[in-house]
Design a protein around this ligand. Structure first.
Ligand code: PLP
Length: 309
């Protein structure tokens, strides 16, 4: 979101306030220890309608993340969902946007014992967002940094602190001239692909899609799940299985999935072309199907869209 202007009103502990008035003290626990749970959600603007994609799934994951760290989310799922749609309405957003709801520990001294009694805040802000990467294909490198494993911190909790791993891997990739990093797992799976700093990874081999299992420390991504559903419903073979570094390099096609990145083709890995170096047939088909779903053109998935207006 570098450079993107955050919409004027934010949601803070149940109220919509101007963004410059939503302030927290320097002692805020989350600043020091990364004790925040967050989500990234997209809303799509189409023919005069704004719709949030898989809102309920994101809100449920937010609650699960906070719970994993005994942090109390002091609002019901319905209230958080209403905060997201209400934020879009309050800001009169009439373009594609990204919404970031989060929950964080406020005043808790320097204690590392976070319990349900710790003070927490909930907030959300929104900003306009088009495509994160161009649709033509990006370059990726296998990072020298490994994805943390469940033996370190829970991989399924989307916590602020976890993203230091993503930040250092991204810097490493950019320094090496690539658009994105791919991290290998550091758990018992060893040399296998885990995920990218903020996206899941898919490969295509012989027309068949594959993505790493959660046991490779990959996040249970909502876009990943959407792609697996698209494959199932369209009769395309897809499997969740370990992917070695060699299989990644030998893939016919590869792509990333994520709320922000949507479906992003990877056309180079470690400097070498993936397949023929162009966006492949399977990737293009998934991109098309995904775009139809999020933009409301495929009514079979209408239940995944929450109308704002
Ligand atoms: C580490 C990581 N992996 C994968 C994803 C993709 O998840 P989703 O499709 O739910 O956005 C994200 C984004 O939330 C992420 O931060």
């Amino acid at each position: 979101m570098e450079g993107a202007e955050v919409a004027r009103f934010v949601w803070f502990d149940g109220r919509f306030v101007r963004r410059e008035r939503a302030l927290v003290p320097l002692t805020t626990h989350a600043i020091h220890y990364g004790t925040s749970a967050f989500e990234g959600i997209r809303a799509y603007w189409n023919s005069g309608q704004l719709s949030v994609f898989r809102l309920g799934d994101h809100v449920r994951r937010l609650r699960r993340s906070a719970r994993r760290y005994s942090m109390r989310l002091r609002f019901t799922d319905a209230q958080v969902a209403e905060a997201v749609t209400g934020l879009c309405r309050k800001n009169r957003i009439r373009e594609p946007c990204y919404v970031r709801p989060f929950c964080f520990v406020g005043r808790h001294g320097i204690s590392l014992d976070v319990t349900g009694a710790a003070e927490t805040h909930a907030a959300a802000f929104a900003f306009p967002m088009g495509r994160l990467f161009g649709g033509g294909g990006i370059s990726a490198v296998v990072s020298r940094w490994r994805k943390f494993s469940d033996a370190t911190t829970p991989t399924q909790a989307k916590m602020g602190g976890n993203y230091l791993n993503s930040i250092i891997a991204t810097r490493d990739a950019r320094r090496r001239g690539a658009d994105e990093a791919i991290l290998l797992d550091s758990g018992s799976g060893g040399e296998c692909v885990s995920e990218a700093p903020g996206e899941n990874v898919f490969i295509v081999k012989g027309g068949r899609l594959a993505t790493p299992p959660l046991s490779s420390s990959a996040l249970d991504g909502i876009t990943r799940d959407t792609v697996l559903r698209i494959a199932k419903d369209s009769g395309r073979r897809a499997e969740v299985r370990r992917i070695t570094r060699r299989q990644l390099r030998g893939a016919d096609e590869a792509f990333l999935t994520g709320t922000a990145a949507e479906i992003t083709p990877i056309t180079r890995i470690d400097g070498a072309k993936v397949g023929d170096g162009k966006v492949g047939e399977a990737t293009a088909a998934v991109m098309g199907a995904y775009s139809d779903i999020v933009n409301g053109r495929d009514r079979r998935y209408a239940r995944w869209l929450t109308g704002v207006y």
